[in-house]
Every structure is written in C-alpha cells, then in structure tokens.
Design a protein around this ligand. Structure first.
Ligand code: ADP
Length: 530
C-alpha cells in the first residue's frame, strides 16, 4: 500500500512539473501582449493562470516569489505602455490585476500547506497500517479479523424490537446464539491461527466462524452479550474446535469499535491455553492424590495410636464389667461393690474419650505447618485453580474484598482445600439453576476487631431445614456420588486454626431453601509479630 502510494505521488509530481514548465512561456506571452498591444482591459489578470500552472511545481516559498515576479512584470508592462498617458482607469486595471495576483498567491500557498499536511497524514496512516499488518502477520498470538456487521445489525434489531435482557432472550430461544455465529465471518487470519487450528493454509479458516465453536460453549453467548450491551471489549475463556476436531482451550480478547464504525474489521486475539490447562489438571489431580495419601497416612497413624492408647482403659472396662457381673450374680447381689466397679468403668470410659481427643489434636497440630496468609491472595489462587470448573459450570464469579485486611495464621494447603470444597459445593448446588442466574459470590471482610471472615455464597438449592443439623456430620451427603466428608473436614480444619465455619440460607429472613446458601468462616487475624 505504501509502495503504491509512493509511485502515485511520483507520477503526479512529474506531470505537475511538466505543467509548471508551461508557466514560463505563458508569463512571457502575457507580458508581451500586455506591454505591446493597446487592448483596454486588465490583461495582467492572466498572470493568475501562470500562478495556477506553476503552483504545484513550486515549493511553498516559490509561490510567493512567482507571485512577486508576476506582479513585477504587470507593473513593468503598465509603466512601459502607460508612461506617457497614465489615466485613472488604466491605474485601476493595473490595481485589479495586482490584487488578483496577490490573492491567488496567498490562496495557492495555503492550498499548498493543506496538501502537504494531508500527504504527511496519509503517509503516517500508511506507515501505521503497514506496522499493523507486520504485527498481525508476525505475531505468535493467533489473530483474526472478523466481520461483525451482520451480528451487530441483528442485535440492534433485537434491541429495537424491545429486548432488554439478551441472556434471558437467548435462553428462551436456544438456537439464537448459534444462528448469529453463522453471521460472524472471518476475513483474515495470521499464520499463528493457521497453525493453531491445524489448517494447511488460511483460506481453510476464512468464512463463518461457527464451525470452530463447539456446541454448548457459553463463550459465544458472552461475546454476543458484550456486543449487545455496547461494551468495547470482551475477554474470557472459550473453547474452539480445530479443523482436525481437536478441542482447544483458549483465552479470547476482542476489541469492538467504540464509535459504531468498523464492525467489518474487528480484531480478535486468541491465546492457546490447552497445554496450560492440562498441566493444571495434572497438578490438581496430583494435589488431590497427595491430600488423599496424607489423609490415609493420618488416619493410619491415628488409628494405630488410638488402638495402642485405648487398649489399657478398654481392657480395664472389660475387667470391671466382668467383676460387676460377678457382684450382681451373687445371692444376694453385692450392690455396693457393683456400684464401685461401674464407677471405675465410667472413669475409664471418660479417659478413653480424652485419649481420642488428645490424639486427634496432636495429629492435627503436627500436620499443620502454619504460615501468614493473605486471604484475598489465597482466594485468587483458588479461583485460578478452579478456573476450568468455574467456566464449565457457567457460574459468574463475583468477588468483593474489603481493603486493608490483616493476614491470618494457618496451614496454606488446608485453607486452600476448605475454599476448594466450598466453591465446588456451591457449583454443585447450582446445577439446576438457570445458567444466567448462576452466581458464586466470595466476600472477605472484618466482622469485628481481630477477625477476618470469608463468605462463599451461591444461588443454588439452599439448605433444607431437616439437613441443617447434620450438614457438618461426617458421611452426611445428599449426592448420589457424594462422600459427605468435605464439610466435616472443612469444619475441623477451620477449628484447628481457631476459627468457626457456619452455613445459612441466603434468604434467611424467609427461611426457605431455594434461594442459595452461604458458607462462611471466620479466622482470628494474625497477631503482630506472628
Ligand atoms: P459431599 O459434597 O460429598 O456431599 P460435603 O460434606 O461437602 O459432602 O457436603 C455435604 C452435604 O451438604 C451435601 O451433600 C449437600 O447436601 C450439602 N451442601 C453442601 N454445600 C451446599 C451448598 N452450597 N448448598 C446446598 N447444600 C449444600
């Protein structure tokens, strides 16, 4: 484009120079006619033609010089032909000619300036276009140019037809989003896109984009929603299907024109995160495996320790029970002696209880490697870990973190596990909620001095009144494939850090389930010097 522009410029300059050369003989002709004929009219006005011919061939300063030259010739002619008989009308004619020459010179100079500005702006535009093209072609990120005019028009028509909530409308018309995707047309892609989609050349990729969008991916709906709402950009995770059928996880970035023009050339950036997600999945699986192994080891150690320590009081209880039986079987039964043995049994039973309690707290303490934790940062980490699950569940994540939160002292992995459990439960609880209404809210605030609170709310089924008391019991579950250990472990983890975990329904005033649930835990803020 720049080369084409340069050639056209050179050709134009050449023809202007040729025209400029004609100006000289014309000036001479006007001078001769003006000086040596006695035509009674302002012949010198014709110098204007000379200036018009010469203007484009001259530099800016040259125009004024040429104007001056013409004016000088006009005056010379006037003096030569009217030296003897100077009258008012001939002076006026000369004046008119000089004024015309002066005005034309000034106007031509201005025109010259405007043209120079235009040419330099056009050159800058061309260079910028070239830079953009080079970046587009050479970027390692996949870039697409797409025509959104059809979709934009369809969305505008929906709005004009009275639709205000696009997501609700799309839900009521299930085929709508895909039908619209057929109107998003890819007009150009770079080499990185050809590679990403496994195409052999870019023509395989051009055309309607819908064939690369797997059915059921919600990203398309979100893009259309952003466009409907008039937003100037969209960023989010999406899925694509390669030409060979490979599923691809990508991050999309789309900038929509904010002036209402240019929807025919919207640039879409696509970053392939398939590998990253696989690695993350493997990491999560390894983490879960590790946690399971750690739990199994803890349980093993716990049961071995309990068995060992409980042997003695249990043996004593059995012995006392046998003695008690003997006292009772006597004729007459020795109730006083029997009572004493039962009292001993109660004492040993209590001791056994204390042993269980102590072993448990010793084990929990040993497992924990406490550190100072910034809760917002930890929550962000968990959101990243669950990015894929969150996107698959179509839940919108809303976070609200108070400013200046103090850190807490806890075992990072333990707290992470608690958050993962609460997030996952929230997503499960919203399985039957309409996708557009699925909201997972995470807030962190300070409920009082020295305390930090994390609340995870959802818009799911809520908690049934009859389940309320059993929610945190081990093995309580309402899911067909549930274990019922998640909340029990969460509660004992939070309690081991000196905090408390509770649950309530979102619509607690109404008391009814169905509006979602909030699980929240408070932890003591870390003391200074911790
Ligand atoms: P699991 O998830 O294996 O069932 P949990 O201990 O995590 O075990 O949860 C126990 C039960 O608590 C669940 O089966 C469910 O009935 C209920 N529950 C947990 N979280 C929520 C929630 N966010 N909304 C409604 N009910 C929930």
């Amino acid at each position: 484009m720049v080369a084409g522009f340069g050639q056209a410029q050179a050709a134009r300059r050449k023809s202007e120079r040729r025209l400029g050369l004609l100006a000289l003989p014309l000036a001479l002709l006007v001078f001769v006619v003006d000086t040596f004929t006695d035509i009674e009219s302002a012949i010198a006005v014709l110098y204007v033609l000379v200036l018009l011919l010469a203007a484009n061939a001259l530099p800016r300063a040259g125009i004024l010089l040429a104007g001056g030259g013409c004016a000088l010739l006009a005056v010379l002619s006037f003096l030569a032909s009217h030296w003897t008989g100077m009258d008012l009308s001939s002076i006026l004619r000369c004046g008119v000619s000089l004024a015309a020459i002066a005005i034309t010179s000034v106007l031509l100079r201005r025109d010259h300036e405007a043209r120079a500005l235009l040419v330099s702006a056009y050159g800058a535009l061309s260079r910028s276009e070239k830079r953009y093209r080079t970046m587009f072609e050479q970027a390692r990120v996949s870039l697409w140019e797409q025509d959104y005019t059809g979709v934009k028009q369809a969305l505008d028509e929906l709005r004009a037809g009275g639709v205000t909530d696009f997501l609700a409308h799309a839900q009521a018309n299930p085929g709508l989003a895909r039908a619209m995707a057929a109107h998003i047309v890819t007009t150009n892609v770079n080499e990185a896109t050809v590679e990403l989609l496994g195409a052999s050349d870019r023509t395989e990729v051009l055309g309607p984009v819908d064939r690369f969008l797997p059915v059921g991916d919600t990203a398309l709906l979100q893009v259309l929603h952003a466009l409907f709402e008039g937003r100037d950009r969209f960023e989010g995770r999406a899925e694509l299907t390669g030409l060979d059928g490979r599923p691809l996880a990508v991050l999309l970035g789309i900038s929509f024109p904010d002036d209402g023009l240019g929807f025919d050339q919207v640039v879409v950036g696509v970053v392939d995160i398939t590998q990253r997600e696989r690695t993350q999945e493997a990491l999560l699986a390894a983490q879960a495996e590790l946690a399971r192994a750690a739990r199994a080891a803890t349980m093993g150690a716990l049961s071995a320790s309990i068995a060992h320590e409980l042997n003695q009081p249990l043996g004593a209880i059995v012995l006392n029970a046998q003695t008690c039986l003997r006292w009772l079987r006597r004729d007459p039964p020795d109730l006083e002696a029997a009572e004493k043995t039962v009292e001993r049994m109660v004492r040993d039973g209590k001791r056994a209880g204390e042993i269980v309690q102590r072993t448990r707290s010793v084990l929990v303490k040993e497992a924990a490697r406490d550190e100072l934790i910034e809760l917002p940062q930890l929550v962000e980490e968990v959101i990243l870990l669950l990015e894929r699950e969150l996107s698959a569940s179509s839940a919108t994540l809303i976070t609200d973190f108070a400013a200046d939160l103090p850190p807490v002292k806890a075992y990072r992995v333990g707290l992470q596990q608690v958050l993962i459990n609460l997030f996952t439960n929230g997503m499960h609880a919203m399985a039957a909620t309409a996708p557009a209404a699925r909201e997972l809210t995470v807030t962190i605030d300070r409920p009082g001095p020295g305390k930090v609170r994390v609340a995870v709310g959802d818009r799911g089924t809520g908690i049934d009144d009859q389940d309320r008391g059993r929610l945190f019991d081990p093995f309580f579950t309402t899911k067909p494939d549930g274990m019922g250990m998640g909340l029990a472990i969460c509660r004992s983890t939070i309690e081991s850090f000196g905090g408390a975990l509770t649950a309530r329904n979102l619509d607690e005033a109404g008391g009814a389930a169905g509006g979602g649930a909030i699980f929240e835990f408070t932890l003591p803020a870390a003391a200074k010097g911790d």
